[in-house]
Write a protein that binds this ligand. Structure first.
Ligand code: V47
Length: 376
């Protein structure tokens, strides 16, 4: 395989990069740009697969999880978002009571979910205790469930709104049951893009700083990239190199998740969104660039299950999970199902000759689904 790759890389003018990949040497920003600009999907995908197999063999991870979005009322007005309703028209959005949120969790008590992923809008009407009571209450209803909650953008909002140092917010939230942070709110960590489509959101520096402080407080997190809108390919690579620099410092990121932009019901509905090649290429290049990230996730909700499946052969080792009750991208036009079963996930994974591994939220193995396992 590697001889064939060598020849392919040579004819595509990418032999020097392949040598680095084979020798596990770090790729530069320029290497990343050359790869993503090349459109050589088979070659770049095969290189990414080499790295993926070096790290994880044939293992492919998923989690049993549900999403919970207590409010979609938001003061930030991001052009790419179809989920939020502006605070000035708050009657058009929702802001659930604690009991309503708890019902979401209680309703799924007979599903063997191990993680709840909580995010919402920046809603100034909610008091600090709402968040603490929410996590405490969920923890009481289901003490074994990991709470992965609130993006770095929300933590920055809490810090400003409640006039508390970030460190204090993290410590309070940990005491209330917080387990880790999802990777959202990063969008593209480049000022030009922020000014153009989410000017009121926290800056790239602040997103990174908010994550740095979380990592310093023992909270692990993920990191995302929202791609396929107004950003350039170079800006995607810049985003990856900024994440890589922070990871060199903290080692706090578990997983990188490229999020495919969905334009429907957003202020950017005139844009087409990324193509299949673009999605697979971005995932593959991220595997090659982010040498200090252990996991790359193909988030089937946004890529479609079919593309996510192929991505497992081109750099990704994680397919997220059962993902019940997702709203953010379904409100932006996603046609993917609202949840997959463990059987569905196992079928996707096995069909590309990978081994399905149910994991917990910090990547400890829960169950290895070899052929004989019963998948209920
Ligand atoms: O930050 C918003 C993105 C993110 C759209 O950490 C959109 O495991 C596409 O971060 N089209 C939230 N994307 C979701 C998120 C996430 C999802 C799954 C797993 C994890 C994890 C994190 O969704 C936002 C934003 O970047 N988003 N609108 C849209 N129209």
């Amino acid at each position: 395989m590697s001889r064939m790759l060598e020849r392919l890389a040579e004819s595509a003018g990418l032999a020097d990069i392949y040598t680095k990949v084979r020798d596990a040497e770090r790729l530069s920003y320029d290497d990343g740009v050359r790869l993503i600009r090349s459109r050589e999907l088979m070659l770049v995908g095969a290189m990414a697969n080499e790295v993926r197999e070096r790290l994880h063999g044939r293992d492919a991870y998923f989690v049993r999880n549900m999403h919970l979005n207590p409010t979609n009322i938001c003061t930030v007005d991001c052009d790419f978002c179809g989920f939020y309703r502006p605070y000035r028209e708050k009657e058009k959005g929702w802001s659930w009571t604690l009991e309503r949120c708890f019902d979401e969790v209680r309703n799924r008590l007979d599903d063997a979910i191990t993680e709840v992923h909580i995010v919402g809008g920046h809603n100034p009407d909610l008091p600090y205790d709402f968040y603490l009571d929410l996590m405490q209450g969920i923890h009481e209803i289901r003490p074994d469930m990991h709470i992965k909650a609130f993006t770095a953008a929300e933590y920055d909002f809490f810090h400003k709104r409640f006039k508390k140092p970030l460190a204090e917010v993290y410590e309070d939230f940990k005491a209330a049951g917080l387990g880790s942070l999802p990777g959202g709110g990063a969008e593209v960590l480049v000022e030009r893009v922020r000014r153009e489509i989410y000017a009121r959101k926290l800056s790239a520096e602040r997103w990174l700083e908010t994550m740095r402080v979380a990592h310093e407080h023992g909270l692990r997190s993920n990191a995302t990239l929202l791609f396929g809108h107004v950003e350039t390919l170079e800006e995607r690579i810049e985003h990856m190199t900024r994440l890589r620099e922070l990871q060199d410092e903290t080692s706090g990121f578990m997983c990188f998740i490229p999020l495919a932009f969905h334009p429907e019901n957003t202020a950017l509905s005139h844009l087409p969104g990324p193509t299949g090649l673009d999605i697979l290429m971005t995932i593959a290049v991220s595997r090659l660039m982010l040498d200090n990230f252990e996991h790359i996730k193909a988030y089937w909700i946004m890529t479609t299950p079919r593309i996510a499946q192929v991505a497992l052969t081109m750099g990704a080792d994680d397919i997220d999970g059962t993902v019940l009750t997702e709203k953010i991208v379904h409100m932006a036009g996603a046609k993917t199902p609202n949840g997959l079963t463990v059987d569905d996930l196992c079928r996707l994974v096995r069909d590309v000759d990978r081994v399905p591994i149910q994991r917990d939220s910090v990547y400890a193995e829960v169950q290895r689904f070899d052929e004989a396992a019963v998948t209920v």
